[in-house]
Design a protein around this ligand. Sequence first.
Ligand code: PLP
Length: 356
Amino acid sequence: MTDSSTTLRAEPTIYELSSPGRTGVTFPDPDVPRVKLPKNLLRKDLPLPELAEVDVVRHYVNLSKYNYSVDGGFYPLGSCTMKYNPKINEDTARLPGFAFTHPLQPIETVQGNLALMYTLQEWLKEISGFTALTLQPAAGAHGELTGVLIMCAYHKDRGDTKRVKMLIPDSAHGTNPASSAMGSLEVVQVPSDARGNVDLAALKAACDDTTVGLMLTNPNTLGLFDEHLEQVIKIVHDCGGLVYGDGANLNALLGILRPGDVGIDLMHYNLHKTFSTPHGGGGPGSGPVGVTERLADFLPGPLVGIVEESADDEPPLFGFVTPKKTIGRVKAFHGHFGTLPCTGRTACVRSPSTPC
Ligand SMILES: Cc1ncc(COP(=O)(O)O)c(C=O)c1O
């Protein structure tokens, strides 16, 4: 998106500013013998501009000004907005121990990061009443796809191979049918009644032994809490389906209702909405998925776990564990790590009883 308050000027490009031999850095004389770089690393056809440091800085600062952000103005999208992200959370994400670690480092060298991830897994499970949780999914929609794959794996594991339909209320966010279709499911739309609730008669009629489950956002995208939540869940369970909670609007429930306690089988969280993310503009997101006991074995792996208990008051050794019937990885490494310290900070501030 382009910031309308920014005047697009016809500035010279970095290629026009380039001048042969100009450079932004001057290296000291080497104290080791010079060697020739391998020929195939030097591409003559790659016209890299040659610029002074100040030109490079100006180039990137100018580019950043073309990007619309909450720092520059009101962010007009609805529920998908990154909302308010306190700057102090960005400081948290930028702490060198968080920002400068590499996901392939030996676990002994990143125990702090793993402890943070483990603790956050525990907190997210606790606030929503789930047994197990993955931090891997990159955002809400990715959490939905992960959930669809888990639901399908669960039915398949029980030899229940007829189930191909996902029921989706007509008030759902667009990502719900999209992620179900991406998981190769047939999408069946369930109408709302006159008060904006899921129409119970229509749900009953749609629910049968080919139903994988229902994807339900609560409060829904109309901003309404479904008045028959327990009946909705019962109808789906009675036909052998699972209830997926789209937790994008979890903000409204935090501290009031735990979805796992009322029969929701699995749910994604939009950490970048309910909690916080380091970037004020459009990302990154994070869409952890929490599940109840019967789905725990199907979570993507690896999860962060305790791999060795310690004696006395010493912290345990954190590492990675893989659920028995895992659907496999859904994301490189361990998700969008930068969002996790921000979320941890916000979750901590929001629940004063939690030691943090
Ligand atoms: C109800 C609902 N579900 C799912 C999503 C998708 O989440 P994400 O944008 O993180 O993929 C959103 C986005 O805001 C949403 O509002």
